[in-house]
Ligand binder design. Structure first.
Ligand SMILES: [Cu+2]
Length: 173
């Protein structure tokens, strides 16, 4: 005899094991999940981009800052379309609404690490502290992936379609 409770329990265990396997590189801070932090550094002297997904299972919060012992400073950036050219712009906060998922990804919102002490090796993890207005601070390990290009410059994978030249970055704040 199979009771509904047993089925529910089985399903819960099944889903939990599945989620566990998929979330090996996730972090939890209160109602916030920080998923798959990864980064890309191309040249040691240039700022490096870092990307992650914030899943909010609770009330509205805001990402208000980031820092890293491996970098001189970390800024929050977004991209704006300036007459067809995507340009980066520094922003102070990222609103994370109730039960919203916010993706920091190439071409959109991202973290920018300035003054890295060394160019991260492929697969190297660097700590970054994310500060949220309500949830507080959490340290995540950002896994750096080597760009697929061998020529250097800002022509790495999935960056081909947009201008992302940090050297000529416009400061608009
Ligand atoms: Cu940037």
């Amino acid at each position: 005899m199979i009771r509904p409770l047993s089925i529910a329990l089985f399903l819960a265990l099944f889903l939990a094991s599945f989620a566990g396997a998929a979330s090996a590189h996730d972090y939890k801070l209160g109602d916030l999940m920080i998923e798959h932090p990864w980064g890309r550094a191309i040249i040691a002297s240039r700022p490096a981009g870092a990307f992650l997904t914030i899943v909010n299972h609770g009330a509205a919060d805001r990402l208000v800052g980031a820092r890293s012992p491996a970098a001189e400073k970390v800024e929050i950036h977004t991209h704006i379309n300036d007459n067809g050219v995507m340009r980066m712009r520094r922003i102070e906060v990222v609103d994370i609404d109730m039960h919203q998922t916010v993706a920091l990804q190439p071409g959109g919102l991202h973290l920018m690490l300035f003054g890295l002490k060394a160019l991260p090796a492929d697969g190297e993890m660097l700590p970054v502290m994310l500060r949220f207005e309500k949830a507080g601070e959490v340290e995540v390990m950002v896994r750096f992936e080597k760009p697929t290009t061998t020529s250097g410059g800002d022509t790495g994978h999935d960056m081909k379609s947009m201008k992302h030249d940090h050297g000529n970055m416009k400061t608009t704040d």
